[in-house]
Design a protein around this ligand. Structure first.
Ligand code: HXC
Length: 510
């Protein structure tokens, strides 16, 4: 009996070694942790329960029958993050470069199916050379099986991908269909085809970092939602993110203990808006001052910084924030910012996370670059996302809300529940200067007259009261009481029920 027990332990030891000590050392030498070390950091201590530790591939080509390590290049199972259940897979680069075989895919599919059945998020730690070359179409089939599950799980359980090594070919498309992608700086890459293929086909010479490193995907392509310094920071930050999210689409996000008075008055907000309407200010200051304990988890920080997206808590409850940032491109909406915010709004709506919108937007960015790039369709994404969202929506206009962008930014007309404005708000079709230049074109030579017309326009429209008269703004509030007002608004909306008409699914302008 003792022998059998010992045998199990020795098999386990074998499995834990993955591709062997030499490859583990190589992984460490690159500044990367192993698949198991990463899970240890991600999950609560001692909470990991592994599945399929003894699964081995069945391939017999290219001498593969002589090399069948336990686990087949991926560690799967479930555990907890601050006591809440998550399913995980962590690819083991020491086994055939973490490449995906038929059996490797089956392991991932098993935990995804369980996550769906039991209503818990899936977190994938990706470190893979793509399809297992020795297996051919069997591994392509394996990818497709994972992709199909990504699609079915979308909007049912949160799916988070962390890219922690090279991810080439099929390895990028599963993450691409998950809710969030995070990368690790300097050690992770994502590309459909690597630098060598790029050189052969297009003659371009690029490094892996330039083609698909963290900087490329967080700043240029927006494929990734954020990047971390190293594996340890990545795991710590994913734990933090999971705390903001519900386990599935039928549950609310957890309420965390908070030690920040919801009625806290912030006198400094009364002077946040500069005297000169063209002078920028940092919208992040408002977000931090409204949030419980100033805790803000920003999503896509380095992309389209003219709009800010991320999670805060108010009275311990998760809230998704969308805010125009006057510091960048005057906070205008453009293709990138519309896409960024639309995706975020849709995530929040899918997972019942209320949305807080701070508005200071001079309109859509004009120009051929934008029009040729399809700003009409991309801007419509954000309009569509806000319009279809049924979660509690609270909006605060701090300064400009001009033109179509006024409508888009969670206005009353898109079923905003609470639409507040600060006394500094200017809600109009456009700014005074532009309006006067169009309305009084014949008087443009007369500077004095134009100044007078501009002043008239400002007095009449550059305020929140015309909109408030019509009930489009529910209340004009003091900036210093924004946290209290917003907290009370969300508290009053906890029982909100709103359903869209039945449909198979909508047809958002993609
Ligand atoms: C089998 C693989 C592998 C793969 C790497 N290895 N990729 N084995 N299938 N796809 C093995 C290597 O043979 C090596 O084994 C070990 O993993 C480490 O690889 P190295 O090349 O030594 O490491 P490194 O220099 O860090 O380079 C990593 C890499 C490179 C960038 C990932 O290995 C690479 O380019 N691999 C091929 C990537 C690729 O073309 N994948 C197929 C994509 S097509 P030993 O025994 O020496 O340790 C695809 C189609 C799916 O995915 C499409 C679905 C839509």
């Amino acid at each position: 009996m003792k022998d059998i027990l010992n045998q199990l332990e020795s098999r386990r030891e074998d499995a834990r070694l993955g591709g062997g000590q030499r490859r583990i050392d190589a992984q460490h030498a690159r500044g990367k942790l192993t698949a198991r070390e990463r899970l240890e950091l991600l999950l609560d201590e001692g909470s990991f329960e592994e599945f399929d530790m003894f699964v081995r591939h069945r391939s017999t080509d290219f001498g593969m029958e002589n090399d069948r390590p336990y686990g087949d290049g991926v560690v799967t199972g479930w555990g907890t993050i601050n006591g809440r259940m998550v399913y995980v897979f962590s690819q083991d680069f020491t086994v055939f470069g973490g490449s995906l075989s038929e059996t490797h895919a089956q392991k991932i599919c098993k935990i995804m199916d369980m996550a769906m059945r039991n209503g818990a998020p899936v977190i994938g730690l990706n470190d893979s050379g793509g399809a297992r070359i020795q297996e051919g179409v069997a591994s392509l089939a394996g990818y497709a099986d994972v992709f199909q599950r990504n699609v079915l799980a979308s909007g049912v359980v949160p799916q988070i991908s962390v890219i922690m090594g090279p991810c080439a070919g099929g390895a990028v498309y599963s993450p691409a269909m998950t809710d969030f992608i995070f990368m690790v700086k300097d050690t992770s890459y994502m590309f459909v085809t690597g630098p060598d293929v790029v050189k052969t086909v297009t003659n371009e010479v690029v490094t892996a970092e330039q083609l698909g490193g963290a900087s490329t995907h967080t700043k240029k392509s927006s494929v990734a939602d954020g990047a971390f310094e190293n594996d340890v920071e990545a795991m710590t930050e994913i734990r933090r993110l999971v705390d903001f999210l519900p386990l599935n689409n039928r549950e609310k996000a957890p309420t965390r203990p908070f030690f920040d008075d919801p009625n806290r008055i912030e006198g400094s907000l009364d002077t946040l808006i500069p005297e000169n309407p063209n002078q920028p200010y940092d919208m992040k200051e408002l977000i931090l001052k409204v949030a419980d304990e100033g805790d803000f988890y920003e999503i896509q920080k380095d992309f389209a910084a003219n709009i800010i997206t991320g999670f805060i808590r108010i009275e311990g409850q998760s809230v998704g924030v969308v805010a125009n940032q006057p510091m960048v491109l005057a906070g205008c909406l453009d293709i990138d910012s519309s896409r960024k915010a639309a995706r975020f709004v849709r995530f929040c709506d899918a997972f019942e996370i209320p949305i807080l919108t701070f508005v200071d937007v001079p309109g859509f960015l004009p120009g051929t670059g934008q029009e040729y790039g399809g700003v009409i369709k991309h801007g419509a994404k954000l309009l569509f996302a806000y319009g279809e969202a049924t979660v509690p929506k609270v909006t605060v206009i701090t300064r400009k809300a001009y033109g179509g962008a006024y409508d888009v930014m969670s206005s009353k007309h898109l079923r905003g529940d609470f639409n507040y404005a600060w006394p500094t708000a200017e809600i109009a079709v456009m700014g005074a200067k532009g309006a006067v230049e169009i309305l009084y074109r014949s008087e443009l030579g007369d500077a004095e007259k134009i100044a007078e017309r501009t002043h008239d326009y400002e007095t009449r429209f550059a305020n929140p009261f015309v909109a408030a008269e019509k009930g489009f703004i529910d209340e004009v509030i003091q900036p210093h009481s924004t946290r209290r007002r917003v907290a009370r608004a969300f508290a009053s909306l906890r029982g909100k029920k709103l359903a869209n008409p039945w449909k198979k699914h909508d047809n958002i302008p993609l």
